[in-house]
Write a protein that binds this ligand. Structure first.
Ligand SMILES: NC(=O)c1ccc[n+]([C@@H]2O[C@H](COP(=O)([O-])OP(=O)(O)OC[C@H]3O[C@@H](n4cnc5c(N)ncnc54)[C@H](OP(=O)(O)O)[C@@H]3O)[C@@H](O)[C@H]2O)c1
Length: 415
């Protein structure tokens, strides 16, 4: 291979093609796709700095996790990690408030909540605090053994806690339907639905239904679940007069997506995605789902039905979310330590929006640090929200058709 000099940069490279190819790739990438590179570089620099300074960070007043592979136990940390983000907002709470603090004095007796991804991290802490406020909690979990262990820990801590565990794999529409029918068979009203589960996968693969895995798990699974449980929520609101609440756990990472927001034509082709962008896209979908549902509910529901739907960002929290991504783990573990919340703080915004009386009549909004916040312009785009709703409805209907055909086949075989 020969040296040659690039005409524009004057850089001597092995083969001219290297520079030309690099330029082509950069030209076709959205600018926001460079953010992970920036984060990664900063992270490496911080890790290097930390090693060189012989653990300077350990001497500063941040709480320190030796590892983010948090086990499925309750109360994963007790020392507040935040110290300069504790300025209170109009709600009277801040990023340093914990889930217990923001729900102090709230009586959740008579309420039933479904929480997805409740066997670990933010979902587990949300389940624990809702149970502490006497809410009947249904933990919707992918790994039933982990869910049962977590529910036992909640019962051991909170005398009289009402906790159920049901299996749910959001990446499969069939599993979502099974969960909804099992929940129906419990004959419980539903007042609160917390769409919390989420993945940041190792690679962009395809779900069992043929969709990019982040989009399938983080958005479509929750879209279908909400759709299947909505009638129950409407009835519960009508009969009890208590307002229902749907919370979509999104992320500030929703800004890290494609310029057009959601790439509808690519969600069936995972090879066209990059993991962080796929995650950002799915988190944008969580907010758009919430604002369109709020609009539809406002138009549809009569005076006797009252259901609020909001999206939230929990903050940067050391959980299992980053276990597949060494670079993200490195960022949260190094520079992220400065802004990182404990799990108790990370569950605060969800619990605030789910239970606090201040949120009454607020719908279609985005919360962070237990206060209202403005999301990106894409996340406020009502046209994009409508388009996503139509797309997701079509996916759901195609799955309805598949199930109808399967039923016909089974009937024919029985005859
Ligand atoms: N941690 C952060 O810094 C941060 C920041 C912004 C937003 N969030 C959001 O917060 C939410 C909770 O995440 P976390 O930080 O608490 O992470 P976590 O500890 O990994 O919790 C995620 C939960 O989702 C479950 N889950 C994953 N795939 C699932 C599937 N196909 N079906 C059902 N459940 C599934 C996981 O179950 P398994 O144990 O079976 O995998 C786990 O219980 C996510 O939506 C995440 O996007 C987190």
């Amino acid at each position: 291979m020969k040296f040659c000099t690039d005409e524009v940069t004057g850089v001597r490279v092995y083969g001219r093609n290297v520079v030309v190819r690099a330029r082509q790739v950069l030209d076709t990438m959205p600018q926001c796709a460079l953010l992970p590179f920036v984060f990664f570089s900063v992270s490496i620099a911080c890790s290097y700095f930390e090693i060189m300074s012989e653990g300077l960070f350990a001497k500063l007043p941040f709480d320190r996790y030796s590892s983010f592979l948090v086990t499925d136990t309750i109360s994963q940390s007790s020392t507040p990690a935040m110290w300069f983000f504790n300025r209170k907002g109009p709600s009277g709470f801040s990023g340093a408030s914990t889930a217990e603090e923001v729900t102090a004095g709230v009586d959740g007796r008579g309420l039933v909540a479904v929480i997805t991804g409740a066997s670990s991290g933010i979902g587990l802490e949300t389940a624990r605090v809702l149970a502490l406020r006497s809410v009947h909690v249904v933990m919707a979990v992918r790994k039933v053994a982990a869910g049962l262990k977590a529910s036992e820990a909640i019962r051991a801590e909170i005398a009289g806690a009402k906790v159920h565990v049901l299996e749910l794999d959001l990446s499969s529409m069939d599993s979502v339907r099974r969960f909804a029918s099992e929940f129906d068979s419990l004959n419980l009203p539903l007042n609160i639905l917390i769409n919390n589960a989420g993945i940041l996968a190792k690679n962009c693969t395809r779900s069992i239904d043929g969709l990019e895995l982040h989009f399938a798990t983080n958005h479509i699974g929750h879209f279908l679940l909400t759709n299947l449980l909505l009638e129950n929520m409407k009835n519960a609101s009508r009969e009890s007069g208590v307002e229902g609440r749907i919370i979509n756990v999104s992320s500030s990472g929703h800004i890290m997506t494609y310029p057009e927001g959601i790439c509808f034509d690519k969600v069936k082709d995972p090879s066209r995605f990059w993991t962080y962008i796929a995650y950002g896209q799915s988190k944008l979908a969580n907010i758009l789902h919430s604002i369109e549902l709020a609009r539809i509910l406002k138009c549809d529901q009569g005076d006797d039905v009252n259901i609020l739907t909001n999206a939230i960002h929990p903050g940067v929290v050391g959980t299992n979310l980053f276990k597949h991504r060494a670079s993200a783990n490195a960022v949260v573990n190094s520079i992220g330590r400065i802004v990182r919340k404990t799990v108790e703080q990370g569950a605060a915004t969800t619990c605030y929006v789910a239970l606090h009386p201040q949120v009454t009549r607020i719908s279609g909004k985005y919360f962070s640090n237990c206060n209202l916040e403005t999301p990106s312009s894409q996340a406020s785009n009502s046209e994009l929200a409508k388009k996503l709703w139509e797309f997701s409805t079509k996916e759901k209907e195609e799955n309805d058709d598949d199930i109808d055909q399967e039923d016909v086949l089974v009937e024919e075989m029985d005859e």
